[in-house]
Every structure is written in structure tokens, then in C-alpha cells.
Design a protein around this ligand. Structure first.
Ligand SMILES: Nc1ncnc2c1ncn2[C@@H]1O[C@H](COP(=O)(O)OP(=O)(O)OP(=O)(O)O)[C@@H](O)[C@H]1O
Ligand SMILES: [Mg+2]
Length: 377
């Protein structure tokens, strides 16, 4: 069986491992540091900006894929030129890596988006604010994650530091109209190299402080899941994506959908698929990057909800109370990523399946409260 190489040793690489094991695949991980969440599969530790190191790793695997989107595109292009199979390839990954390139490409495809503009100085930010304000969203096109690189601003002075350091962010900033969305949705899709495409149910995501906090699958009705599905299929096909992709969407008060951003890898909004769908996003990603037939994406229950466990401080690793949390909700599945605790860090998640998503969310929150409370350990 082939060997899949994953660049990045985070929780996404970690969660690919059980899927690889059950399919009899070898999984090797290139991690940034020792003791990463994917440590069980790490075969090389190093710098993903270094072509020589990545090339050495590529020689030990049949296909390269990713846990994150930060590997420089020119490095990936060099690998492809040398005959390495990189999935998804740099021709599409660049649109997930750079939010400005993504906006330009999706505009060409005629997909619905918030009003946006590329800016390079404070006059242009001011002009955008006077057209779309009082408040607008400014983003660094590259390098952002979990809300870092996203600011709600009403004055150009609030992004002066970014404007002074434009080279670091791709030479320009992205201004967006601030959408007063009714809720946020995510559409997960997978495409293999043969061009087969499957989608899971459209889900609702709830962010707190720019970080995903909860996911409800499927998104409570009414939702235009047919449109979400079409948008995700179009992007996946037109950009030639291989593997799993998440399309983050805003749902407006009138039920219209606008594309927020893309992730070309398994995504936090798809963690529910481990227990909640016939084929998890991690298994599907491995199938897709290897060009294998794709699996059934049906739900295993009427609803699945997922709640992220976010670090509270540097001492509570959120596993001290595992026993209490597990015995409290034996039907809940608690996942830990074995990370060093830090405030706001994604430390793990809880998934529950059933009929009533409101009740499921309550139970997950109660179990999470037990893990957060280090005193009762
Ligand atoms: N144009 C917008 N209008 C209103 N809210 C927005 C807009 N863009 C972003 N946001 C809010 O900020 C959050 C983070 O933005 P975005 O998804 O672009 O950043 P990110 O840091 O790449 O995200 P992630 O957490 O997915 O890594 C969004 O989920 C949404 O809640
Ligand atoms: Mg996002």
C-alpha cells in the first residue's frame, strides 16, 4: 500500500492516523517540532520552508499532502517539477493560502462574496471605509489563522502596523465589507484526482473571538444547502482541488450565501464526521489524495454536534478531569490532541450524536465545563 506524507504535525495530521491505520496505509508526518500532536507518525522534524528538507521527506513517501497551508508555493512548485505528487497541488493551494488571490479567482467564477478591495495605503483603506463603513474588515492575505490577521476597523490607523509591513503579508491588504450575517456555515467537499466529487451536509459553525467554538451538523433548517453544495462543487472542480476542502460561508438575513474563505485540507467544521458520518473527512482526504474511490458521506444520526475544547491557561491540559467528563456523558466522544496548554489554543473537541441538537450542545457544554474546572480533579 502507498505511503502518504503529511507536512505539519498538528491535530489534523494526528486525526488522519486512525484512518490510515484502518485502511492499511502508511502515514509519515513532517513536523515543525518534537512532541507535536501527530508525534506517533512523525518521521522527520524540520523547517517546512527549507526545500532540501522537504525534498528528503518527499523521497520517503508516495504523495505529499498537508496539515496546514503555510508551505511556500514556490517550494511546492519546485517539488512538482521534480516529479513529486503534491495533493492538493500548488496551482490550487495558492488560493487557500492567499485570501486576495482567492477573492480574485472566485470573482472570475462569478461566486457570491462580500464587497472587497486590495489596498496598499491608508488613503485606500479610508476610501473603502467611507464607501462600506462605518466598520469594515481588514485582513492580511497570507499567514492568518484562527482570527489572527483579521481586524474589524473603523479607522485606517488601526491597520497602520500592517501597512508598514506589507511585504510580510503578500504586498497588499484585503478590505472587506463587514457582513451582518445571520449565521456562519461551512460546506465540506472532497474531490479525487479522477474528478469525482462528494459533499457532506452543510453545517453551521459558531465562532467566538475569531475561533470556531461549535459546529451543528446538519445546519438547522431553513438553509440553502443546495446552493452551498453547488458553490463548493464549483470551486473544487474549477480550481482542480484534490482532497478535502472547506468553504466557509456567511448566511445573510435573507438566506443568501456569501463565500468567506477556503481551506484545502480537513477542517475544524468537519471533525463531527469522525463519528457523525459514514466516511470521516480524514479517511476521505487520504482516499482523495491517493486517487481512490470516495466514501459515503451520509450522516450516522439525525444530528451531530461538535464543541472545541480551547485552552484556558498554561497549566490546565483539559485531560485531568477526563474520567469525570467521560462518566458524566458516556455517549459523548472526547478527543484530546495532547498539546501543551495555552489560553485559546485548540486542545481537543467533543462530539455527540442524536436527534435534538439543542440538548446535544448542552450536554457537550456540561462535559466541557468539567474539563475546564481543574479544581475538581
Ligand atoms: N467580511 C466579514 N464580515 C463579517 N465577519 C467577518 C468577515 N470576515 C471574517 N469575519 C469574521 O471573522 C472570522 C475569521 O475570519 P477568517 O475566516 O477570514 O479568518 P481566519 O483567521 O483565516 O479563520 P480561521 O479561524 O478559519 O482560521 C470569521 O469566521 C467571521 O466570524
Ligand atoms: Mg476562517
Amino acid at each position: 500500500m502507498p505511503t502518504v506524507g503529511v507536512i505539519g504535525g498538528g491535530q489534523l495530521a494526528r486525526m488522519m492516523l486512525p484512518a490510515a491505520i484502518s485502511m492499511g496505509l502508511e502515514l509519515k508526518v513532517f513536523a515543525e517540532a518534537d512532541g507535536s500532536p501527530a508525534h506517533n507518525a512523525v518521521t522527520q522534524v524540520g523547517d517546512y520552508n527549507d526545500l532540501a528538507q522537504i525534498k528528503k521527506f518527499a523521497e520517503s513517501v508516495d504523495v505529499i499532502t498537508f496539515d496546514h497551508e503555510h508551505v511556500p508555493i514556490d517550494l511546492l512548485e519546485a517539488l512538482v517539477q521534480q516529479g513529486v505528487s503534491v495533493q492538493p497541488g500548488p496551482h490550487c493551494l495558492r488560493f487557500a493560502q492567499n485570501k486576495l488571490l482567492m477573492r480574485m479567482r472566485l470573482q472570475e467564477l462569478g461566486l457570491p462574496m462580500p464587497a472587497w478591495k486590495a489596498v496598499v495605503n491608508s488613503e485606500q483603506v479610508r476610501a473603502f471605509i467611507s464607501e462600506h463603513g462605518p466598520e469594515v474588515v481588514v485582513k492580511t492575505p497570507i499567514g492568518g489563522y484562527d482570527g489572527k490577521g483579521v481586524r474589524m476597523v473603523s479607522d485606517a490607523a488601526e491597520v497602520e502596523d500592517w501597512l508598514a509591513d506589507l511585504d510580510k503579508y503578500g504586498g497588499q491588504l484585503l478590505c472587506e465589507q463587514k457582513v451582518s450575517f445571520a449565521r456562519e456555515l461551512s460546506q465540506l467537499v472532497a474531490r479525487n484526482s479522477a474528478g469525482d466529487i462528494v459533499t457532506w451536509n452543510t453545517v453551521q459553525t459558531v465562532q467566538a473571538g475569531g475561533v470556531c467554538a461549535e459546529v451543528i451538523a446538519p445546519a438547522p433548517l431553513p438553509v440553502n444547502s443546495k446552493l452551498a453544495d453547488e458553490i463548493a462543487r464549483t470551486i473544487s472542480e474549477q480550481l482542480g482541488v484534490t482532497g478535502v476542502m472547506a468553504v466557509e460561508l456567511f448566511e445573510t438575513k435573507t438566506g443568501d450565501l456569501l463565500v468567506n474563505e477556503l481551506a484545502m485540507r480537513p477542517h475544524n467544521s468537519g471533525h463531527f464526521t469522525i463519528e457523525g458520518a459514514v466516511t470521516s473527512q480524514f479517511e476521505q482526504h487520504l482516499r482523495a489524495v491517493l486517487g481512490l474511490p470516495l466514501g459515503d458521506t451520509s450522516m450516522r444520526a439525525k444530528h451531530a454536534v461538535m464543541l472545541n475544547l480551547l485552552g484556558v491557561d498554561e497549566s490546565n491540559n483539559l485531560v485531568e478531569n477526563f474520567e469525570a467528563a467521560m462518566s458524566y456523558g458516556p455517549a459523548l466522544k472526547i478527543h484530546s490532541y495532547q498539546k501543551q496548554p495555552r489560553k485559546g489554543r485548540k486542545m481537543g473537541h467533543i462530539t455527540a450524536l442524536g436527534d435534538d441538537y439543542v440538548q446535544l450542545l448542552e450536554r457537550c457544554r456540561e462535559a466541557a465545563a468539567k474539563l475546564y474546572d481543574s479544581k475538581s480533579a
